[in-house]
Design a protein around this ligand. Structure first.
Ligand code: SF4
Ligand code: SF4
Length: 128
């Protein structure tokens, strides 16, 4: 599953993620992070047999967890299929589909945000 994790300043120095990985034998793939001593947030992909248990544990330790299905959302009403975002995606998650519309593969997207800032129509946003 993918989720945004939010850290308050009082827990930002705690070893919650590594404790959770050891305790529940799960993998955390950090896709995006913006953390400072004042707190912050992290976009992660969590895999393993005890994902739900690990989520409950990190919530108890004080991290706010917001699961997401899509990392970015494209507003098809605004998108003009210009392709400006296409070459900027570092993981090739953006493609031209059979009907010549621009599509985004949620499984590949890492939420870097390059496409959101490059879009002249402001058609893409990172889900939070
Ligand atoms: S840059 Fe924006 S308008 Fe152009 S294809 Fe990408 S999402 Fe659509
Ligand atoms: S957020 Fe980054 S990885 Fe996801 S589609 Fe946009 S450019 Fe690609």
């Amino acid at each position: 599953m993918r989720a945004w994790l939010r850290f308050s300043p009082i827990i930002v120095n705690e070893t919650i993620i590594s404790d959770t990985m050891k305790k529940y034998d799960i993998n955390f793939n950090i896709l995006r992070a913006d953390i400072s001593p004042r707190g912050g947030k992290m976009l992660v992909e969590i895999d393993g047999k005890q994902v739900q248990e690990s989520i409950e544990y990190i919530k108890k330790r004080g991290i706010e967890v917001n699961p997401i299905k899509k990392v970015v959302k494209k507003d098809d009403e605004k998108c003009v299929d210009c392709g400006a975002c296409l070459s900027l995606c570092p993981v090739k998650a953006i493609c031209v589909m059979d009907d010549w519309e621009i599509g985004i593969d949620d499984q590949l997207c890492i939420g870097c945000g390059f496409c959101t800032s490059s879009c002249p129509m402001k058609a893409i946003s990172v889900m939070e």
